[in-house]
Design a protein around this ligand. Structure first.
Ligand SMILES: NC(=O)c1ccc[n+]([C@@H]2O[C@H](COP(=O)([O-])OP(=O)(O)OC[C@H]3O[C@@H](n4cnc5c(N)ncnc54)[C@H](OP(=O)(O)O)[C@@H]3O)[C@@H](O)[C@H]2O)c1
Length: 296
């Protein structure tokens, strides 16, 4: 990783240029950097880094109707382009939402990838309805926490797993019962849930399916080609790929604006310190919330 000056291209059809205020780090940032996602990013390196951000619209490309210069927004860059870890980024219009006035730029920057991924699983794939029982594996992570809050908004009851250090925070969210993943054999919860969402990517498919009651679905955040193949025959298995849409971003903005969706922030650093912090997180350093990069 290195910091470099570069010329921003002009926005294409349906694209928006955003002056970034905060960018949020996600595991996908180092998965892209290390080349694990070449199938979606293409093989051309070096490339711009960073997915999630908040900021203000600098200019819009042809055909953009939802935003104008000066709008406060949040969202994500296209995985093909990246670039949120910079002073300005270009994103598709559909990957952005207007930032509600009551939501800070810090909080808004955290929302896109975790919120969209949670939405894709619970609402698009599981069609979650009130009264259902959801189990979130990794319920204190960013996607897990977003999934807990979205499930609660849908009127579902949420159980989950996390480390013992994260139990107080998950309890405060209303996750009950809670299980320490280091000391619990999850297979003993067999047959109890309508939806199991493995937001940590650590659960074996067999275990996830085993936790389901009749008509349940297992949402798997680690979508390997093998799992897609298996999902053709095992309809309860739904591999999830983060797929942003305007209606989802707008839904996240409404939820955050209503005070029903917020992710904790553990640390904010300047762009000059981004390489050090991304390297540490990639190396396994624990963070108790989202890590943000400040661009000013
Ligand atoms: N498929 C997609 O499109 C997509 C989209 C977004 C993210 N992801 C992937 O989803 C994963 C989570 O992303 P994130 O942003 O939520 O990361 P994150 O904020 O770092 O959260 C990861 C969480 O996993 C928990 N965890 C670790 N080991 C566990 C285990 N054995 N059982 C249960 N939970 C465990 C940790 O809990 P404690 O902190 O309590 O230890 C941590 O809170 C990453 O691998 C990411 O690349 C995939």
């Amino acid at each position: 990783m290195k910091l470099e000056k570069c010329e921003l291209r002009s926005p294409g059809k349906g694209e928006v240029v955003v002056k970034v205020v905060f960018a949020a780090i996600n595991p996908i940032d180092w998965k892209v950097r290390s080349g694990h996602l070449k199938m979606v990013t293409g093989k051309n390196f070096p490339r711009a880094m960073g997915s999630d951000f908040s900021g203000t619209v600098m200019s819009v490309g042809p055909g953009v109707t939802r935003f104008k210069t000066g709008d406060a927004v949040f969202g994500m860059a296209h995985i093909r382009d990246g670039g949120a870890l910079g002073e300005a980024v270009i994103a598709p219009e559909a990957f952005l939402a207007r930032k509600p006035g009551v939501v800070s730029f810090e909080d808004a920057a955290c929302l896109a990838t975790p919120g969209v991924t949670a939405w894709n699983g619970l609402i698009d794939k599981a069609k979650l309805a009130a009264g259902k029982h959801v189990f979130v594996n990794g319920c204190a992570g960013a996607v897990g926490d977003a999934a807990v809050q979205l499930a609660q908004m849908c009127g579902a009851t949420v159980s989950g797993s996390c480390s013992d250090a994260s139990i107080p925070r998950a309890r405060e969210r209303g996750v009950h019962p809670l299980f320490d993943y280091r000391t619990t054999d999850l297979s003993r919860l067999a047959g109890r849930f309508d939806v199991v969402y493995d937001t940590a990517g650590t659960m074996k498919v067999k275990i996830g399916l085993g936790l389901l009651g009749a008509g349940g679905v297992f949402l798997d955040i680690d979508p390997t080609p093998g799992k897609f193949l298996r999902a053709i025959f095992e309809r309860r298995l739904k591999p999830i790929i983060c797929s942003a849409r305007a209606d989802i971003l707008d839904g996240l903005a409404r939820a955050a604006g209503a005070g029903r969706l917020r992710l904790p922030i553990s640390e904010i650093v300047q762009l000059g310190d981004a390489i050090e912090v991304v390297t540490a997180l990639e190396g396994g350093r624990k963070s108790n919330g989202k890590v943000l990069i400040r661009m000013d």
